[in-house]
Design a protein around this ligand. Structure first.
Ligand code: AMP
Length: 292
């Protein structure tokens, strides 16, 4: 695995890797963007990337522009050596770990902002977050020039934002031919893997399982015909009584357009939730079958 910290070196490395096949024909490259603190959720993206491309690049960059002033930027786990070992063991070809000044040099002034799918849910509870995400992912696509890019369904709204941006800014051709969503990887008890889970005390970790459990119940009762507002209100109560301090949002949305829904219809729907426990903000989402 080649580890690169500077843009000029990245460009040479990518060109070299793509052309270094034994028969000297171009090889396809997949990009998996991350903020590090690598876990099995990230590694699932890397493994899926292998199914679609000859070469796999992973980026690690804790992007300050996607954190608000009151969020956990300084505390965000940074475990570069362990991350690097895990990625090398997975056979990753290129680790792109730009420094802050490589990504945002002095005088940097451009922002990518996606409307529509970025509104509400995490867009409302984390103002500016999706501008930061869209900006850094747009830059990563131009830096690495991948043929495909992979993102986790764990961040369902983020995936929608990136797909929208890629379409709108013509990034899907020539660079990124496909944006692939990878299903959520969960712990044995159902909690979605997240770099932020390591903030949880053992007691809060035990309580946090209430999130996927209450969401499963909510999905089941809606599918059985319960009115959506009632099911969401019950989910809210269940989370607070399980020890969550706040529910940032619990919403049913169209899986693709992310339009808010008050009832299930013929199109697939998604339950999206963000809630806080012991100061840690957890997000999760689950699909509902369409009501045909
Ligand atoms: P992050 O480092 O948290 O920005 O995540 C990097 C990528 O990994 C994003 O595309 C996430 O959606 C994805 N990811 C994080 N956790 C999981 C998970 N539990 N299952 C699947 N993908 C995940």
């Amino acid at each position: 695995m080649q580890t690169i910290f500077r843009l000029d070196a990245l460009r040479t490395c990518v060109a070299d890797l793509k052309m270094r096949g034994k028969d000297q024909i171009g090889r396809s490259l997949a990009l998996v963007p991350t903020m590090g603190a690598i876990h099995d959720g990230h590694l699932a993206l890397v493994r899926e990337a292998r199914n679609h491309a000859d070469l796999v690049a992973v980026s690690i960059f804790v992007n300050p522009r996607q954190f608000s002033a009151n969020e956990d930027l300084d505390a965000y786990p940074r475990t570069f050596d362990a991350d690097s070992a895990l990625l090398a063991a997975e056979g990753v070809d290129l680790l792109w770990a730009p420094t802050l000044d490589q990504m945002y040099p002095a005088g940097y002034a451009t922002n990518v902002s996606v409307s529509g799918v970025s509104e509400g849910a995490c867009g409302a509870s984390r103002p500016g977050h999706f501008d930061g995400v869209a900006t850094v992912v747009c830059k990563l696509f131009h830096q690495v020039l991948p043929d495909i890019a992979l993102f986790g369904e764990k961040d369902w709204q983020q995936l929608a934002v990136i797909r929208q941006m890629a379409r709108d800014l013509d990034l899907t051709r020539p660079h990124v031919h496909a944006i692939i969503g990878v299903p959520i990887v969960r712990e044995a008890d159902g909690l979605a893997l997240s770099s932020r889970n390591r903030y949880l005390s053992p007691e809060d970790r035990a309580r946090a399982v209430a999130l996927p459990q209450a969401m499963h119940r909510c999905v089941a009762v809606i599918e059985q015909g319960e009115a959506v507002p009632n099911a969401l209100a019950a989910l809210h109560v269940a989370l607070l009584s399980a020890g969550f301090s706040t529910v940032d949002y619990a919403e049913l949305r169209d899986s693709e357009t992310l339009a808010p829904l008050v009832a299930i219809g013929p199109r697939p729907a998604r339950l999206l939730v963000a809630a806080r426990i012991g100061g840690t903000r957890l997000i999760d989402n689950m699909g509902l079958s369409a009501n045909l």
